[in-house]
Write a protein that binds this ligand. Structure first.
Ligand code: CTP
Length: 410
């Protein structure tokens, strides 16, 4: 999405206290370059790291900090400022600011404006990796996401505090691109999308199962990205510990056969099916009614084959636009292209797994393949990849609908 979608957009940039506040200066410059009209609000703590003067010079408008500044309130009161904004972006968003927003506090100018504004809110968190991982911070973010707040990043890497991990502010260029993507035309308005995500668990007995290492994060990010583009999204999720993205209807399942049933129920009502689940190919032939006991010798399990959900749908004459995933440890492109053709898919998203890549990692790299085309999405967080994948799906589907004869392959 070109950054020009931000032209003339009235953006209120909030800057909270943290060492990453200095990066907000570069962001201010980039947002102006993209044509946005800017007002900057600093929290008191942000002003300990950066000066209002910097932002005034870069934004071309007076910078606000306090609810109690009489002259500023006389020029543009905080309610007027809240109404003026068409978008609010807070970068960096500190753990403290996120907590205050999650609880609806209005104890300074920035939180008051957020509460008083109907503008969509996006947060770009930046903090120490331990603070980011803390359940309190994650619960606050879940609350905000459930209210439709967009969370951009954070990135992973070395931190100003000397530690390494998730919590770095996204680069200014990426923030501008993500904001433009959020604001651009909704490319799947009125389209019905079904996404499967996560692993499947196949029970051996009442306490044991065969599973896999899928976290479900990629599928959940795809569901979120589709919902952001205006699609009505159903998500069928295997056993995962992830919050449901805003606006998405979710059904939880456990085994491959349960997943098949839930997916098949939705298929007739969907336009696009994105099969991101890591469906177990096999299950124990029978599930023991009671816990299996040790018997001092090797145990042989006989496995039965699970249904191939995507394969079954692909074989139908009337089928939605189909997107599969391929996780491979080697010969990525060759295997993925073979899978695309064998399953007669419209698009396949292939990624390398193993050696810390893929399933458990927050970042990933995706190779998109479709009949007659390819696109490599370089390493990025899963939400950024999901947004790029959805953009490609929307473009291919539009092209296929424009030329339906070419889509049918023998
Ligand atoms: N899939 C499915 N049902 C299965 C297995 C896989 O719907 N029982 C879907 C996955 O969600 C994914 C795609 O098929 O979108 C590719 O899955 P994968 O298991 O990698 O492909 P296979 O064709 O089973 O090949 P292999 O296991 O040999 O790599």
């Amino acid at each position: 999405m070109p950054a020009s979608t931000l032209a003339n957009l009235r953006i209120l940039l909030g800057v909270s206290g943290g060492i990453a506040a200095y990066k907000a200066a570069e962001l201010t410059r980039r947002l102006r370059e993209a044509g946005a009209e800017l007002r900057v609000v600093l929290t008191e703590n942000a002003a300990r790291f950066v000066t209002p003067l910097t932002f005034q010079a870069l934004s071309g408008a007076p910078v606000r900090m306090s609810l109690w500044d009489e002259s500023a309130e006389a020029a543009m009161g905080h309610i007027e400022l809240a109404r003026w904004a068409e978008r609010i972006l807070i970068a960096p968003a500190s753990a403290d600011l996120i907590a205050r927003l999650a609880h609806g506090l209005a104890d300074d100018l920035l939180t008051t404006v957020c509460l008083a504004s109907a503008a969509p809110l996006a947060l770009a968190p930046a903090m120490n990796q331990q603070m980011w991982a803390h359940p309190a911070t994650q619960a606050n973010l879940d609350r905000l996401r459930a209210r439709g707040v967009s969370v951009l990043g954070p990135a992973s890497g070395s931190q100003a505090c000397g530690e390494f991990g998730a919590g770095r502010l996204l680069e200014a260029e990426q923030l501008v691109a993500e904001l433009a993507a959020l604001h651009g035309p909704r490319r799947l308005a009125g389209v019905r999308v079904l996404v499967s995500a996560g692993p499947t668990y196949e029970d051996i007995d009442p306490v044991r199962f065969i599973g896999n290492r899928s976290s479900g994060r990629m599928g959940f990010a795809v569901a979120q990205a589709a919902a952001e583009q205006g699609a009505s999204v159903h998500l069928v999720a295997g056993p995962v510990h992830l919050p449901t993205p805003a606006g998405v209807i979710r059904r939880d399942v456990r085994s491959a056969r349960e997943m098949r049933e839930a997916v098949m129920q939705q298929i007739p009502q969907c336009d696009i099916f994105i099969s991101a689940a890591a469906v177990g190919d096999y299950r124990p032939g029978e599930v023991a009614a009671h816990k299996l006991k040790k018997r001092g010798r090797a145990l042989t399990l006989t496995l039965a084959e699970n249904p191939d959900i995507l394969g079954e749908i692909a074989a139908r004459t009337s089928r939605p636009f189909l997107v599969g995933f391929a996780a491979e440890t080697r010969d990525l492109e060759t295997y993925a292209r073979a899978k695309l053709e064998r399953k007669r898919l419209d698009l396949i998203a292939a990624n390398r797994v193993g050696d810390g890549q893929g399933f458990d990692a927050a970042d990933n790299e995706l190779l998109l393949l479709w009949p007659g085309g390819r696109e490599l999405l370089p390493r990025a967080d899963k939400l950024a990849l999901a947004r790029a994948l959805i953009a490609r799906v929307a473009a291919l589907r539009t092209a296929a609908r424009a030329a339906p004869a070419r889509r049918r392959r023998p």
